[in-house]
Ligand binder design. Structure first.
Ligand code: NAI
Length: 324
């Protein structure tokens, strides 16, 4: 049997945590032959609720779970951790400006970055889910001294999956038939769902441009808000699912002839300022991702890219003092 790996989940007492933890514990994320030790991290006030989650994990008698660490102490929480899904974040309260949200979360991710740097396994792979996830990841990675920067990523896989569903529905095919689409940019309403190279059932597929601009792109960009309206709560199961997909693909790779979307430190590709945490189309092989190069960018898409780049530059400027 393989030795266990340690998987940390922050915000473990929250709603995404509740949909995510049990699936990780069952082996869905890392495979049915990979034992796990769960590191469940939340704030002090949430420890009683987290203890309830721990009891439920115990009561599932999962064959792959070799241990559970439930804590509000991040030094303990990140000790020797191999994978971290950073879900916990401060939500946007009524009347709170985006700038305030960035600052509040900036404090959280600065601190978490220090704990990861000082305690985690040097091969840790991190996905930031808590919003604003791209800039939270930038702040976090800035605290890291001796773990490769490319190990710090943010999640746009939910947006990717949402786009895939809308396109499959439009074309009357299964979601798994849709390939070569990607999300560029920020996980925010400026995100850019790119479909100019899309294939369906391995054939080039096109949809009319009016539908793309008036229906498809706004639907994907606003899907989170639609779910909040319907559920009175933000998307949780689909977000947890996407976080697992992100890690699974990072570990197992993309399929030949397809790519996925991950927000990663920009290397300057597609004119994106270096270092921004920016979602790109990526292929993954042997645990390493690379940006898909040379995709044709139409003037329409360039206009959208410019907007999402500007938004991320503005976010970086708003928390510049935390990057010193
Ligand atoms: P929730 O409010 O149900 O749970 C959040 C949990 O995080 C709470 O238990 C809270 O105590 C904990 N927490 C807050 N700060 C923490 C810290 N510093 N350390 C550890 N735990 C901390 O929220 P939910 O619905 O689970 O969402 C979590 C985050 O995920 C939100 O920021 C949300 O905006 C984001 N999200 C991101 C998506 C994406 O596509 N990137 C999609 C959906 C949600």
């Amino acid at each position: 049997q393989k030795p266990p790996v340690r998987v940390a989940i922050t915000g473990a007492a929250g709603q995404i945590g509740y949909s995510l933890i049990f699936r990780v514990a069952s082996g869905e994320m890392l495979g049915p032959d990979q034992p796990v030790i769960l590191h469940l991290i939340d704030l002090p006030f949430a420890m009683a609720a987290l203890n309830g989650v721990v009891m439920e994990i115990q009561d599932c008698a999962f064959p792959l779970v070799q241990g559970i660490v439930a804590t509000d102490n991040q030094a303990v929480g990140f000790k020797d951790v191999n994978y971290a899904l950073l879900v916990g974040a401060k939500p946007r309260g009524p009347g709170m400006e985006r700038g305030d949200l960035l600052k509040e979360n900036g404090k959280i991710f600065t601190e978490t970055g220090k704990f990861i740097n000082d305690n985690a396994s040097r091969d840790i792979k991190v996905v930031v889910v808590g919003n604003p996830c791209n800039t939270n990841c930038l702040i976090l990675a800035n605290q890291i001294k001796d773990i490769p920067k490319e190990n710090f990523t943010a999640m746009t896989r939910l947006d990717h999956n949402r786009a895939q569903y809308q396109l499959a529905d439009k074309l009357g095919v299964h979601t798994s038939d849709i390939r070569k689409i990607a999300i560029f940019g920020n996980h925010s309403p400026t995100m850019v769902p790119y479909i100019d190279q899309m294939t369906a059932k391995n054939h080039k597929a096109t949809v009319d441009q009016q539908w793309v601009t008036q229906t498809f792109i706004p639907t994907v960009q606003q899907r989170g808000a639609e779910i909040i309206k319907a559920r009175k709560l933000s998307s949780a199961a689909s977000a947890g699912n996407a976080a697992m997909n992100h890690i699974t693909t990072w570990v197992n790779g993309t399929v030949e002839g397809d790519y996925t979307s991950m927000a990663i430190p920009s290397d300057g590709s597609y004119g994106v300022p270096k270092g921004l945490i920016f979602s790109f189309p990526v292929t993954v092989k042997n645990g390493k991702y690379s940006v898909v190069q040379g995709l044709p960018i139409s003037p329409f898409y360039q206009g959208l890219l410019d907007k999402t780049i500007k938004e991320l530059v503005d976010e970086r400027n708003a928390i510049d003092h935390l990057l010193k």
